[in-house]
Design a protein around this ligand. Sequence first.
Ligand SMILES: [Ca+2]
Ligand SMILES: [Ca+2]
Length: 122
Amino acid sequence: MYSKFYIQIKHRNSIETWSKTGGQPYTLGSALSYDFTSAASQSYGSNMIKVNTSPLRFGIYGGDINQDGTIDATDLSGVDNDASGSVSGYVKTDLTGDDFVDAGDVSIVDNNASGSVSIMRP
Ligand SMILES: [Ca+2]
Ligand SMILES: [Ca+2]
């Protein structure tokens, strides 16, 4: 016997993302394997972005710096300020994970803010 569940991804500077609409069958006590990356529809509301074409891969949206569920001008402002100050290290405003805040990080937030990316949850 199984029930349907959702898998929730939370990450310090990305949009909270849930597994596909309708839920995932799961038998209590068994191992669970779930691939978010194969299609945008693997996430609830197809709330992911294509990050590679060969192999085809989808990823969660980066840029929700203040973790309020939407990527907008407030997040952009935070990353922009840190980029101007050449902030480095393990900081939330470093979206690319290279330990440095620069135009590459600003670009990601800017694109996702333009798309009004926000949480889609069951
Ligand atoms: Ca935000
Ligand atoms: Ca960076």
